[in-house]
Design a protein around this ligand. Sequence first.
Ligand code: ATP
Ligand code: BTN
Length: 259
Amino acid sequence: MNQDELKKALSKLPLGDVKYFDTIGSTNTEALAWATNDAKDLSLVIADEQTAGRGRLDRKWFTPSGTALAFSLIIHPTAEEQAYLTRIVGLAALAIVDVLQARGLVAQIKWPNDVLLNGHKVAGILVESVWSGEEVDYVVIGIGINVLKGAVPPEDLLQFPATSLEESLGPAVEREEILRDILSGIIALRPHLVTDSFITSWEKVLAFRGEQVQIEEANGSFTLGKLLGLEPDGGLRLSDEQSNSITVRFGDVRLRPHR
Ligand code: ATP
Ligand code: BTN
């Protein structure tokens, strides 16, 4: 990644400090360590390549060099934001969706942490926290985006189909510009995190809304239901065949369309 281009792209954003790596294990791991040592709010770790990129529950996130965006933004939550931290994954997902929609694409959020283009995963979000006693001191928002086709893992590594921005936008897509616009979107949306309309905006772009879905849990159990929307904390609202309402909280759950 061209560091001059990167600096230029980020120059107008009110970021804390920025650390760039040509290659790193995981930008989230680096950002968590940094946060433990008092990082400024909105500090950024970005890498061209990750050798140990992580998804949820240490699933692997593929980030080959020169093809992807992999970055972690450190948030030092305000007292008001403390009660809304489960919405932060939505903040990142909404900012990504907005940036893709502004480029004419139809992007949706596969609850809880993925962004889809034409039903294929193009981006993933991993939110992790640093605690101080009972309070969250820092939140790290890790974002991985498949920009060029080379970022997409081989099919045998995938549990869900994947795509890249290049697939829809052609090879001229600029990583630095996408990064700038996502960061700027997160910063602009952040004051809305604590509002009711935040949940409405998030619900509007949920994939499979109104459709039958299945929720797979780590213990192998399945829940079937119609995807209705979100709870105030960002949990998923479903209704079962008897129209009973079901809430699915964040955790080791995977959402799939039920066909
Ligand atoms: P899914 O619904 O895609 O199975 P998940 O929610 O169960 O995902 P996550 O932890 O969100 O799992 O994502 C990690 C998974 O994403 C990996 O197990 C792998 O299948 C897939 N993956 C890894 N790298 C990429 C990538 N660059 N693009 C798309 N998918 C990827
Ligand atoms: C997922 O879909 O499970 C989330 C993937 C998150 C990947 C990003 S890439 C930047 C940051 N560093 C990591 O190790 N993971 C996140």
